[in-house]
Design a protein around this ligand. Structure first.
Ligand code: TMP
Length: 213
């Protein structure tokens, strides 16, 4: 059976994650791998509904409730899509996973990071990515990239450049960098200000090495 591999992409807003997810997916498919690509929150019917609620809902959502909604979507995604694909020997590429909850709801909103790790573990059965790519971008640049759009509950703050929201995104960025520093063997930190093709090359190189080794 081919070697299963679980790759996740993490980072703040406007870091080019979805482009890089598409690039690595086609690179690995062209190399003959069976690749299953998902994005969080989403990827299942429940996930899609929770995504709408949590991104565009107009009712108050407390940080704890928000964390539990993201984690619920994750539990469904693992059970329905990710675990079966890995069991089949696929390469699974996920646009965000558990580290987003640690960075956004933990470092960003101020919930206890260890408690959130426990929630993730309960939801995923302890599933951890083999490789997590952090696309790291300074918040002021994200602000410039995002400003004209500013769509959902998370991006709205960046578009307005409201001081409290900018501070939130600064904490999220620092949170990701802290998580990456704690587990350097799992994380590949890539400077998202590099030209897009260069970012793609760095990610391809690491993924190819992991699949070969
Ligand atoms: P995206 O589609 O732009 O990645 O939007 C997902 C948004 O949800 C993004 O602002 C990050 C946020 N998020 C969390 O706050 N916690 C989570 O666990 C996940 C998966 C996403």
């Amino acid at each position: 059976m081919p070697k299963p591999l679980f790759i996740t992409f993490e980072g703040g807003e406007a870091t080019g994650k979805s482009t890089q997810v598409r690039q690595i997916t086609s690179f690995l498919r062209d190399a003959g791998h069976h690749v299953v690509t998902v994005a969080e929150p989403g990827g299942t019917e429940l996930g899609a509904r929770l995504r709408r609620l949590v991104k565009f809902g107009r009712m108050p959502i407390s940080p704890r409730a928000e964390a539990l909604l993201f984690v619920a979507a994750r539990a469904q995604l693992v059970e329905e899509v990710i675990a079966p694909a890995l069991a089949d020997g696929a390469v699974v590429v996920s646009d965000r996973f558990g580290d987003s909850t640690l960075a956004y709801q933990g470092y960003g909103r101020g919930l206890d990071v260890e408690e959130l790790r426990g929630m993730n573990e309960a939801a995923t059965g302890g599933l951890q990515p083999d490789l997590t790519v952090l696309l790291d971008l300074p918040v002021d640049l994200a602000l410039m990239r995002r400003a004209p759009r500013g769509g959902d509950r998370f991006e709205a703050g960046l578009a307005k450049a409201d001081a409290a929201d900018v501070a939130f995104h600064l904490r999220v960025r620092e949170g990701f960098l802290t998580l990456a520093a704690q587990e350097p063997e799992r994380w590949l930190v890539v400077n998202a200000t590099l030209p897009r093709g260069e970012v793609t090359r760095l990610v391809r190189e690491r993924a190819a090495a992991m699949l070969a080794g």
